[in-house]
Ligand binder design. Structure first.
Ligand code: FDA
Length: 542
């Protein structure tokens, strides 16, 4: 059995402003540093909390969570300073001093932002890297936990399993993803059909706002609490820096089953994939069966050097004897057999979904470093109707043009359809059959242009088959091709709607209202941060 696939006045004033933005003076720099140490009540210097470009570990701290090599080149803009807080007061000081000295602030938890927005900016900026704020406090009796934003999903799962094997949390499959960015954009994994997104299971949070105030659910109010659970890069991006989250743990059986069936084009993969589209969202919510499509070597076949392999990989919250008849009834074409399945505990089941062997120790969950880091570009789509066979065939032909590409089709339905589209900012619930992740990764900078242009070709091809008005996208799969804020992030609501409606649909306007009330000076901004709502429309009561 193979589980490997799891695998932006006067002329002189303008010139002065742009020059001062581009190259902050050394006294400016010193002023920020003095401000920071004073506000954070730290002795000066503190080489463990504040890293200037002269610090010996500046580069290693910067690279420690830069997860896309596309944003680690010599031409990539670098932060003026990196703050690595060990206490909330350090975040408060970073916000207050950045605001005072005109620096942008990028919060980074796990650094997995697809477009590097947590560690790259075109204007002078600092990074607040939350890696040292990663405690996880589990309360099994209360079926809850407080987890700090700098923890990875793997660390969270590990700490839960340390206390109990029959509790879990419905977050992502990828273990090095940071809780901070992940929960802010939604967060789905192998049990989201049963329990919804990570953001759906957040019951409280601590956020530091633009004035440096620490707020919990009660003091931030229900509007802001709604916005940070799916509003995308929720804090650092738009509303503040989220320090920690209180989450609801969910029950899982002591035995779960993983299964994997793989078919090449020659073995009927396209037909099977077509059928999968018609059943995957209707399967019982205890069963998650996603499909990964990738290019593999076929040199043993005289006629061709490569083919497409579709891998149907599943997790069932129960034993194999219960799973087999269920699949036999709803998806007999898969021909799932006992030998395609393995029983294990839920915590063990997270490993094969990220390419680890089922025999690997769960201690790897504590490893914050990805197994391999590459250059990559990704995009997403939502599918509302099965793609016809001819459409799938054309897709396979395009995929064969780039061996470094793959797609993951994630079935919706279950709990996802039971939650209203406005319950959180994440709107992709009703009428969705499945979500597509398109991914292409490569090894050297010189390949970048070709892979990205191929990715855009694939995305153009898929247009007739995916959601329309708008063509929706998942904010955690950030894609700057969809549009970006102009004027250094101070864009208009209308201009931001180009990308905003794709991520948030009808929830975008509410997000903009909350942004206007929470951060009226638009301090927390980036290329896709929530814009301010226009005053004129506000007065008209829109
Ligand atoms: P990062 O630190 O880069 O932050 C992302 C955004 O959130 C940035 O805008 C940042 O400023 C902001 N932010 C970060 N911390 C913040 C804080 N504490 N307060 C306020 N704002 C903050 N998704 C999924 O749903 N399921 C999955 O299985 C996977 N798998 C996966 C694998 C790999 C290899 C990658 C690269 C990505 C995924 N993702 C995913 C997508 C992932 O959920 C998304 O990239 C998250 O935003 C990553 O969160 P990080 O904290 O790691 O990113």
């Amino acid at each position: 059995m193979g589980f490997s696939a799891f695998g932006v006045l006067t002329l002189s004033y303008i010139l002065f402003v742009s020059f001062s933005l581009a190259t902050p003076s050394s006294s400016f720099h010193e002023n920020f540093v003095n401000c920071f140490y004073f506000k954070a009540n730290l002795s000066h210097p503190n080489s463990q909390v504040l890293f200037t470009k002269n610090s010996s570990s500046y580069s290693s701290v910067l690279q420690s969570a830069a997860q896309n090599l596309r944003f680690s080149t010599t031409s990539t803009p670098k932060p003026q300073l990196i703050v690595k807080p060990t206490h909330e007061s350090h975040i408060q000081a970073a916000i207050v001093c950045s605001k005072k000295h005109g620096l942008q602030l990028r919060a980074r938890s796990g650094g997995h932002d697809y477009e590097g927005l947590s560690y790259v900016s075109d204007v002078p900026f600092i990074i607040v890297d939350l890696a040292n704020l990663r405690s996880v406090r589990i309360d099994i009796e209360d079926e809850s936990a407080w987890v700090e934003s700098g923890a990875t999903v793997g660390e969270l799962y590990y700490r839960i399993a340390e206390k109990s094997k029959v509790y879990a949390f419905p977050a992502g499959s990828s273990l090095t993803v940071g809780v901070g960015g992940h929960f802010s954009g939604g967060g789905f994994g192998t049990i989201f059909r049963k329990y919804g997104l990570a953001a759906d299971n957040v019951v409280d949070a601590r956020i530091i706002d633009v004035n440096g105030r620490v707020l919990d659910r009660q003091s931030m109010g229900e509007d802001l609490f709604w916005a940070i659970r799916g509003g995308g890069g929720g804090g650092g991006g738009s509303f503040g820096v989220v320090v920690s989250w209180k989450i609801k743990l969910v029950p899982v059986p002591s035995i779960v089953t993983i299964c994997s069936v793989q078919k090449t084009l020659e073995q009927g993969a396209t037909k099977l994939l077509y059928k999968w589209q018609t059943v995957a969202d209707k399967l019982p919510e205890d069963l998650f069966l996603h499909a990964t499509i990738g290019v593999v070597d076929a040199s043993q076949n005289a006629n061709k050097s490569k083919t497409i392999l579709v891998s149907f990989d599943g997790l069932f919250l129960g034993g194999v004897e219960e799973l087999l008849p269920l699949v036999q009834e709803s998806f007999p074409e898969l021909d799932l057999e006992h030998g395609d399945c393995l029983e294990m505990s839920w915590i063990e089941s997270v490993l094969p979904f990220v390419g680890f062997s089922v025999h690997e120790s769960i201690d790897v969950l504590l490893n914050r470093t990805q197994q391999s880091i590459s250059f990559f570009k990704a995009k997403s789509d939502y599918v509302e109707e099965p793609i016809p066979g001819a459409g799938l065939q054309g897709l396979m032909e395009i995929l064969l043009e780039d061996e470094a590409a793959y797609m993951i089709l994630t079935p919706y339905g279950g709990k996802m359809s039971a939650i209203s589209d406005s319950e959180t900012p994440f709107p992709h619930r009703s009428g969705i059959i499945y979500k597509i992740l398109y991914m292409v990764s490569w090894e050297t900078n010189k390949e970048t242009k070709d892979h990205i242009s191929w990715m855009r070709k694939l995305y153009a091809y898929m247009k007739p088959y995916v959601s329309k008005s708008p063509r929706a996208a998942y904010v955690n799969y950030r894609d700057l091709d969809l549009g970006r804020n102009k004027n250094g992030g101070n864009t208009s609501y209308a201009q931001a709607s180009v990308w905003g409606l794709k991520y948030f649909k009808n929830n975008f306007k509410r997000l903009a209202h909350i942004k206007t009330n929470t951060d009226p000076s638009n301090f927390f901004r980036n290329e896709q941060s929530i814009p301010l709502f226009p005053l004129s429309e506000k007065k008209q009561g829109n």
